[in-house]
Write a protein that binds this ligand. Sequence first.
Ligand code: SAM
Ligand code: DTB
Ligand code: SF4
Length: 320
Amino acid sequence: MSQTAAWTRESALALLSRPFNDLIFEAQAIHRRHFDPNRVQVSTLLSIKTGGCPENCAYCPQSAHFDTGIANERLMSLAEVLDAARAAKAAGATRFCMGAAWRGPNDRDLGAVEAMVAGVRDIGLETCATLGLLAPGQAERLRAAGLDYYNHNIDTSESYYGEIVTTRRYADRLDTLAKVRAAGIAVCCGGIVGMGESRGDRADMLVALASMPEPPESVPINGLVAVPGTPLADAAPLDPLEFVRTVAAARIMMPRSMIRLSAGRLEMDDATQALCFLAGANSIFHGERLLTTPNPAVGEDLGLFDRLGIEAMESAGHGG
Ligand code: SAM
Ligand code: DTB
Ligand code: SF4
């Protein structure tokens, strides 16, 4: 089922629908061609600006449109961010990702983020930021400050996007992704599954990612964290095996990208996480908090790595 022709909705859907064992076997075979199967890259997240976001993403606890109990906080200070970065490094992370609940940064806030990026880099961590939509010139500024990766997810298929967000268009996301790429920053782009989308939507999302002029260096696959107060609070949980299928298809369709088993690990048992690594996931978010929601304890992750014979990667490096 390896293919060189461009992926289509039909071929991606056929891939996602293959017998489970065939799908996982192929994903693991492809994974081994490009990566050490027993190494996983570890990133830590920090919410540098929490809550009060003007966008209405139906999954997000930080949107000002929903009452989720998350207060609108100010941008963190440089010293607080650097303390958190040092702690993340000490806990074994190689990349530090700073997230802000903005539609996009204004120029003054961007100045503060530039200082954070430079400081985190000096600590010896790869830098990543996720700040929303970027205006012309902002990606270049971030690159000049030393930003290695920019996270900006397409989240779902283009046709399902309007069910999830109405304050911006799918095309706006693609526009920012193009700006990030043009500025020479590595792209981290993926999506969320379990939002009531169909397997066809998951196929479309993976095709969109795999068909970018250059596929993203990192592809986070998030399981929806259903947060009370958000419109998706009562979304029916996705079959864990369907999550594993999505990871496997991402690995096959983007053989050289890092596939990140992202949000939703707390809701997964260890065997499901192990299947995700077998299916080609080779990156996780490490640390007890994602942005606002909990993530497995550091000790639990290290214990799982130990049981699976997995070691944390030193550094993925650019393009890896
Ligand atoms: N505001 C910026 C933006 O939207 O790009 C950056 C922060 S935003 C929280 C980053 C990503 O987190 C979103 O694109 C989405 O994929 C993911 N995310 C947010 N809430 C989530 C949830 N409840 N479950 C899973 N993923 C979530
Ligand atoms: C990504 O794809 N997932 C991360 C990161 N990129 C920024 C965020 C997950 C957020 C989960 C909900 C929360 O903790 O607020
Ligand atoms: Fe705002 Fe990002 Fe949350 Fe959407 S996902 S509401 S843009 S913080």
